[in-house]
Design a protein around this ligand. Sequence first.
Ligand code: FAD
Ligand code: NAP
Length: 566
Amino acid sequence: MTEIDTQDNGEIQEGTDYDVVVVGAGFSGLYMLHRLRDELGLSVKVVEKADDVGGTWYWNRYPGARCDSESHIYCYSFNDEILEEWEWSERYPEQPEVLEYLQFVADELDLRKDIDFETEVTSAAFDEEAGTWTVSTDDGDAVTSQYFVTAVGCLSEPYVPDFEALDDFEGEMYHTGKWPHDPVDFDDKRVAVIGTGATGIQVIPEVAKEDVERLTVFQRTPNYAVPARHRPLTDEEWESIQANYDEILEKAHNSGFGMPFETGYETAADLTMEEVEEALEPRWQEGGFRFLLAFEDLLINEETNEKVSEYLRNKIRETVDDPDLAEKLAPEDHYYGTKRPPLHTDYYKTYNEDHVSLVDVTEDPIERFTPEGIQTADDHYEFDMIILATGFDAMTGTLLQMDIRGRDGLTLDEKWNDGPQTYLGLALYGFPNMFTITGPQSPSVLSNMPVAIEHHVEWVSDTIEYLVDNDVKLIEATRAAERAWTTHNREVAEQTLYTTADSWYMNENIPDKPTVFTPYPGGIDLYHNTILEVAEKGYEGFELTEAVTDLGREGDKPQLSVMEGD
Ligand code: FAD
Ligand code: NAP
């Protein structure tokens, strides 16, 4: 931000540079800007560290980067013109197409003029005297606002493991989450990929198809991947989607996972393996996330899950020619779906290629990087290129990077020392007038995310509208409400199989992070009703403080409603 464009529309409070500062210009930040600026008439500044909109789809440009959500539901639903004008070309859009979509939305809604690109928020501090936020950026500037909204994404802080002598490697090294914008040349190169999560599973078959000399995959934990059955959308399919779009999107918004697909059977617990195969086969052939919904109790019933997991292991055994390799690729350490279930195109088949090999690092651990490649316990591997598909400091990583400070200078880092504590995944005790779009303890990553994002953005803008209309100066989650939500999140998670896996959902991918289930697992439909009900009840669980110009200098502030305790 080279110049502070002070606006004084008197909507909320005179004296701040903006009514709202939003961080991030992905799916969340773009819609947040539109709602606040175009529907509420507020002055809004979006700060984005990339040089364009797109978020995830700006950064993750690795070969094979493609959406696992089907295109017709991986989009905004709030604007009929955008829905009519934009036509998806494929069942699952590739990264460039999603990026193009978000650029199209930004242009249609004229959003760019209120976004400061190539600017990183380095700190955000709540000023108790003024009742405002001061948001500082890496160019040395700072702006003030009444509200502070984070739209920084759940998977936007790439994670590079602390491999010994990482910097010694003299070849090319790329993290998939920060892939170069210029084309990467693979010709005749010896390439390593570390990581077999959703990203590794997409990038490995694509790199194998390049003219590489050899590809070596370093796997710590195998994953269960279901075929995507990717294909272009036909005109007939697109016409049918258009004709039924309202119904499809309504169904997605009222479902547990933000997807309009039917669940199949209640349980597999009382079915024979043959019956389970019969039930799963059509969904396997259809491909995609419909497979996940075959049995309603998949994520709460070990018996059901074990049968589905065995079905998937058998599919891997059928596909991979070398039986020993097939066993290495077949997960035994976690239940299907307890780690984010990836989709794949030709992933397992790729291991039948002569130039592709696997190093199981549980048997032969990576000891250190060397100038020429990677030294494991048993071998030294020489590479020209190493691709780190090692994931993200998910859910809280990006928020914690920002040095956010609430009342009494409390840092988010201190507050979340034992894991995230929030109210509804949207707000925090001690951090008034701050909202977290798809924050931890909201459904976010357990759903088709544009649906979760729209629910949050609409709730936040409706809330700010309510506060403005009712002359409320400050909104803050109560400590009791936050504790209750954090306990509820944990208790719901403990009823599922999610907590049995060492996943990034559980913070387990990052050393020293507290082991705790980070998203809200109760379903997006139930969750959405909960946040709407909280609002209907006059913001139950929040403390609302009436507008005063000299806040912080008065004694007792009038309380519009104090819901629970402290
Ligand atoms: P993001 O898209 O992550 O955007 C956050 C933005 O905030 C980024 O542009 C970032 O640069 C910016 N930012 C962060 N910190 C700062 C700071 N301090 N200062 C300034 N700017 C900052 N979800 C699905 O539902 N279906 C899928 O198929 C799917 N596929 C995915 C594939 C990949 C490879 C990845 C990584 C994620 C995928 N997701 C998918 C999840 C995806 O992140 C969400 O669907 C969605 O794009 C999130 O949008 P967002 O705006 O909330 O966050
Ligand atoms: P990830 O799921 O966290 O996978 C990271 C991989 O790196 C794992 O295989 C992990 O092994 C491995 N790894 C990490 N540290 C390692 C170490 N020190 N040594 C060896 N291996 C190590 O990350 P991701 O694949 O980038 O996916 C993250 C999320 O992004 C997904 O779950 C999904 O939500 C989203 N995503 C979506 C899509 C899509 O929808 N198309 C595509 C890509 C990503 P362990 O499993 O043993 O930890």
